[in-house]
Design a protein around this ligand. Sequence first.
Ligand SMILES: C[S@@+](CC[C@H](N)C(=O)[O-])C[C@H]1O[C@@H](n2cnc3c(N)ncnc32)[C@H](O)[C@@H]1O
Length: 379
Amino acid sequence: MDRLIASLDPEERGHISESIVDAVRAVPRHHFIPDVGLVRDDDGERYLIDRQADPDAWYRAVYGPNGIVTQLDDGATPLTALKGDFTSSASEPATVADLLNQLGPEPGHRVLEIGTGTGWTAALLSHLVGGHGEVTSIEVDPQVAEQAAKNLSYAGFHPRLLVGDGALGCMDGEPYDRVHVTCGIREVPYAWVEQCRPGAVIVLPWHPGYGDGVVLRLEVQDDGTAAGRVVGFASYMWMRAQRPGSQETAETTRWYWTALDPRALGDLCNGADLAISALTGLESSVSSGVDDDGEYWRMVVAPAGDPGSYAVATWRPGRTRHAVQQVGDRPVWDEVLHAYARWVSWGEPSWERYGVTVAPDGQSIWLDTPDNVLRRQEA
Ligand SMILES: C[S@@+](CC[C@H](N)C(=O)[O-])C[C@H]1O[C@@H](n2cnc3c(N)ncnc32)[C@H](O)[C@@H]1O
């Protein structure tokens, strides 16, 4: 437990409140982790933990700093395959604590959680709101939900558990004081705003398209909208209905050279990624990688509605020009470059300066103030 508490890392992520540290101490994580789980360590290595085969290694992982994947490909692939899309997990403790810190649940609050997963966060929320509060947690996957119900009951927590699409929220239980989302969201469903009281807080992992995920903290306003800023970083598994679509392959392909090193448009955690997302609406569903021979590639994908358009830019050691393969009609690599240039021309605003307003008719992404809208997304 001490290793897990130490991993909450208040210095790097900002001060985690005592109440959240207490909750993490009070809710034994091992009640929520299956006997076999998949861990991805800091170097990206994937390995299995098996409670029967190696209980010490299992406990070390359970009370260590990493997330533990509990489902691949919606259950279609066994964990032992080690390959597949991560679709359910007990999230990394530091990220869980960070999101809860942003949420600020208090005793007596009514909280809606989207994405029950193992039930660990629902238990932490139940501890934080106490006997007079109420936690409602929604999980889309029936098997995951069934196991979470067992875990929670065994650990002595009794939130209200529902199986269904969390995008709809839950009318029976509103108005909520807090909405806590633990799956990746591109467009915030208005139902969550509508089911909250004015002043309520919604915290979610926001995956706006290009680059990694960030944390968005919204406050519900008197006029029925919710607005707030990016407050940190977190990459989560997608909410099912908002997953990037599978791409058709368009027929037209064109090759050309770009002078801009594609690595410069890689892991941007500096605000350029948010500008590119807002200005282009692209989705970077397959982002980047390094081949065995040291080649770095970055792939940018157009969203549904532009089927088949994508671009792959490749950096090769020793080259000053970089190949771009542009597939389909939409010039997605050029759009990325233009958006990047505009971000530079604005003085390179950092990630904390971006925000989102959610209204009944859609969401707007803005820079600095809600009236400086970069992109409107219709509901
Ligand atoms: C990262 S896990 C959640 C971790 C969890 N809070 C915990 O403490 O273990 C994300 C979960 O969101 C669920 N999910 C995905 N789409 C959903 C949706 N539309 N409604 C509700 N749950 C959803 C997934 O099935 C998965 O179990």
